[in-house]
Ligand binder design. Structure first.
Ligand code: ZN
Length: 184
């Protein structure tokens, strides 16, 4: 399922108890992990829907400098159905990324710094959401899941390692220093 393209959700399906239960379960699993995003294929459901949420609690271990470098800010819960993501501008940010479906590992992944997401919310209402920094990274990661793509397909392979190893070796260092150390 993680390697297949998920199918568009029929708009009439959004209000059904079955679809609403899927969304509720996605939010539940994301929060329990804890994670900052989850796509339906990660639960074995091949539908184009993902959820995103980031909170102060989930970024509590980061220093102010680390938050600033990542562009990490709290994001209230968002449900995106049939999302279309458009990159805005050229800049690409490189940072460590992990995935609940590739548990225990991390790697540097380049992502667009700013994107616009269009789609429907959990009530079937149109959504246009412009995001940058960490939330933009989450959105691109989750959209990839809907297309059967995992971060390991986009990562800078020399940076791939266990989350524990990468945290121990590179924790607290600016990304420029990490790249220099890895010869990237
Ligand atoms: Zn993932």
């Amino acid at each position: 399922m993680l390697r297949q393209r998920a199918v568009e959700v029929d708009v009439a399906e959004i209000a059904t108890p079955g679809f609403q239960a899927l969304v509720a379960r996605m939010v539940e699993v994301m929060r329990a992990a804890p994670g900052v995003g989850l796509a339906a294929p990660q639960l074995g459901v091949g539908k184009r829907v993902f959820v995103v949420e980031d909170t102060e609690e989930r970024m509590a271990k980061l220093t102010a400098a680390e938050r600033a470098e990542r562009g990490r800010v709290p994001v209230p819960l968002r449900v995106l159905v049939n999302p279309v993501v458009t990159p805005l501008g050229e800049p690409r940010a490189v940072f460590f990324e992990g995935c609940l479906s590739v548990a225990g590992f991390s790697a540097l992944v380049p992502r667009h710094d700013e994107v616009e997401v269009r789609g429907l919310d959990e009530r079937g209402q149109p959504v246009a959401w412009r995001v940058r920094g960490w939330p933009a990274r989450i959105v691109q990661h989750e959209l990839d899941h809907l297309d059967g793509t995992l971060y390991v397909d986009r990562m800078l392979t020399r940076s791939f390692g266990t989350t524990a190893h990468n945290a121990e070796r590179f924790g607290g260092q600016p990304i420029a220093a990490v790249r220099a150390a890895l010869g990237l």
